[in-house]
Write a protein that binds this ligand. Sequence first.
Ligand code: SAH
Length: 206
Amino acid sequence: MDLRNAGVTNTQVLSAIERIPREEFVEDSFLDQAYANQALPIACGQTISQPLVVGLMTQALELHDRHKVLEVGTGSGYQAAVLSRFSRRVYTIERHQDLLEEAERRFESLRLRNITTLYGDGYKGWAAQAPFDRILVTAAARIVPRELVEQLSENGGVMILPVGDLAGADQEVLRVRKEGKNFTTERLFPVRFVPLVQGMPGGQRN
Ligand code: SAH
């Protein structure tokens, strides 16, 4: 009800959020807050997004069940799990191996079989699987990454991403729509995300 009142009106999005048990994605010490409408810390200094933000960003994607979707920033896996309930296939990239392995275990135990994972630098997207009908970035970039726009479908592709100050103070969610080689950008709402970091931990490149 809170999400509905705050503007998540798409019933498919609401029912996907209802059906994914968020308690499976939070750390044991935050179990009592699993259903509070707030972001929570996860391993590697990262966060699982606030349910309202998951709802609004998922809704803004205008998903269709035949869509091929890319998520950048797997984190706990919660957002990917929500996406998996109503898209054909979800590809998700994470640059912290520990987080990715934990997320993979959750997908397995919840039997979410249409999620494919990659350990790598999502700033560069996933060229081998492109183009994507939808791209959702769940970490903030300073600017819209060119590689991601390139990997978006030329046939009405939509990307949702937070852009702005990496310290978290002045970020907003943008919607990029692509038709042919052209794209337009629209500003949606303010947010606070952890930064989209270029390259791999320890300076290793993938
Ligand atoms: N979608 C997540 C929220 C993740 S927080 C969830 O539902 O829990 C953002 C995540 O993006 C972090 O796990 C961080 O490690 C990851 N990240 C940051 N930069 C990245 C990059 N260049 N490539 C892949 N993942 C990245």
